[in-house]
Design a protein around this ligand. Structure first.
Ligand SMILES: Nc1ncnc2c1ncn2[C@@H]1O[C@H](COP(=O)(O)OP(=O)(O)OP(=O)(O)O)[C@@H](O)[C@H]1O
Ligand SMILES: [Mg+2]
Length: 451
């Protein structure tokens, strides 16, 4: 196998010497540079698979070099080595396109781990509309591609929190399969009352119930040959679960009011944000159906566990909404990205998508304006923990501090709506404004920088 070519830029001779030795020992091919400018020159000659860039260097520092290198090749793979262990530096590096950063001093094992992790990652890509850079999502997509190589997709169960991309993954499975030309029929099992859901899925004969004036085909018949996507499968009631189990096992069912079996050949993808094994334990979901569905489980991880995806996803959504609204938002400044990286994303990708949409619509220039972020994210960013309102006393907090914190919390919870914040605090709007003035909270930028 060809050796991986690493370009190492560090102004410290001893670091260059010892790192090169360690890397060569492990069968990497290493070239070195003494500063950023040299690194850019070396890189531009081609022949580099991965760059290790020291952050602080004379002539041209690591960050500048990184930007220059990204101009040459957007996909350049870079690990930043830094002596400052602060979020600021990390954010700058990641924002400029570094794949990882390592704080000095580090062990060689730590560096090797990072290198291995990066080179097995696919570049942030967009197979079937699914954007990701994280190893976790790469794992999900590997599983998807394994599933779709076969002619027949077995039953697949996709689990994950709301907004993690379950629908998208279901679509990717169908579109990657040989059935992609055949119907993909989607139904939200939580959106219909039980009897309607049954007739939607299985169809009915004329006269099966009062409103059944004509015979109707169900989705399983309509999708014959293709895929049925049963979203929110956890909402299906017990008696319908039995019918579904039979369909999966025997590929047969009867229409409502029907007396003959109908055979269909459909692939079934089910999704849920419920914990199904928990539902089984509570006897709300049939155990046999659960095991039948759970042959190939796919779990889409929450965004907070794959924060590397935040940047590529943000870019993706900026592109989408720039086109849609004919805007030109190009940049997410470091201070905004820092908040995005620190947030824990209960609404996952959907929440990020909404924030970027708002940013595209409301930013005046090409740069994402920080005051567009929802108040809740800003509060979290200034280290103010959410507590039952009103905030509890902690030792050492002055009255002024408490007042300020309560204002911040109320403004955050009300998304900056002053009337609502005033009501929450049980004071008049003028009183609120007086106090906001006192604490310099009018410009929401100061809300963010407050600590
Ligand atoms: N990896 C991704 N790349 C691009 N867009 C994504 C990705 N994941 C999710 N999205 C987008 O985020 C939004 C939410 O995704 P989706 O509807 O698939 O989530 P879900 O898990 O089905 O949510 P719910 O449980 O609420 O049904 C959609 O607009 C989807 O296109
Ligand atoms: Mg969904």
């Amino acid at each position: 196998m060809e050796k991986l070519k690493i370009l190492l830029a560090d102004d410290d001779e001893l670091t260059r010497f010892s790192l090169e030795k360690e890397l060569v020992k492990r069968n990497y091919e290493v070239s070195t540079a003494e500063n950023g400018r040299e690194a850019v020159m070396c890189y531009s000659q081609g022949n580099t698979d991965l760059l290790l860039l020291d952050y602080t260097m004379p002539v041209m520092d690591g960050l500048e070099a990184l930007c220059e290198i990204k101009k040459i090749n957007k996909e350049a793979v870079v690990i930043m080595l830094t002596a400052n262990n602060d979020a600021e530096t990390a954010v700058k590096a990641l924002k400029a396109g570094a794949h990882d950063y390592i704080v000095k001093p580090f062990s060689i094992d730590k560096l090797l781990g990072s290198i291995k992790n990066i080179i097995k990652q696919p570049p942030a890509g967009l197979p079937a509309g699914v954007v990701y850079r994280s190893e976790q999502m790469a794992g999900v997509m590997r599983l998807v591609s394994q599933i779709v190589v076969g002619m027949d997709i077995p039953v697949v169960l996709i689990q994950g929190e709301t907004g993690t991309g379950k629908n998208l993954v279901a679509g990717a499975i169908h579109n990657g399969s040989e059935r992609r030309q055949l119907p993909f029929v989607e139904i939200n099992c939580g959106a219909l009352p039980d009897h309607l859901l049954e007739s939607e899925l299985f169809g009915h004969e004329k006269g099966a119930f009062t409103d059944a004036r004509a015979q109707k085909k169900g989705l399983f018949e309509i999708a014959d040959g293709g895929t049925v996507f049963l979203d929110e499968i956890g909402e299906i009631k017990m008696d319908l679960q039995i019918k579904l189990l039979r369909l999966i096992e025997e590929k047969k069912f009867r229409r409502l009011g029907g007396t003959v079996d109908i055979s269909v050949d459909v692939n079934i993808i089910a999704a849920t944000n419920k914990n199904l094994s928990e539902a089984v334990r509570k006897k709300e979901f049939r155990e046999d159906l659960y095991y039948r569905l759970n042959v190939i489980p796919i779990t889409v991880p929450p965004l907070r566990e794959r924060k590397e995806d935040i940047m590529p996803l943000s870019r993706h959504f900026m592109d989408i909404f720039n086109k849609k609204f004919n805007r030109n938002l190009q940049d997410i400044p470091g201070e905004v990205l820092k908040i995005l990286l620190e947030h824990d994303w209960p609404g996952n990708i959907r929440e990020l998508r909404n924030i970027i949409e708002k940013g595209v619509l409301l930013s005046a220039g090409p740069s994402f304006e920080i005051n567009i972020l929802p108040g809740e994210l800003m509060l979290r960013a200034c280290g103010f923990k959410k507590e039952p309102f009103p905030g509890s006393l902690s030792s050492g907090s002055s009255l002024d501090e408490m007042e300020r914190n309560m204002l911040l919390q109320a403004l955050g919870d009300s998304n900056g709506n002053q009337s609502r914040a005033a009501r929450m605090l049980n004071i008049g709007r003028d009183a609120l404004r007086r106090r906001m003035k006192k604490h310099d909270l009018f410009d929401s930028r100061s809300v963010v920088s407050a600590n």
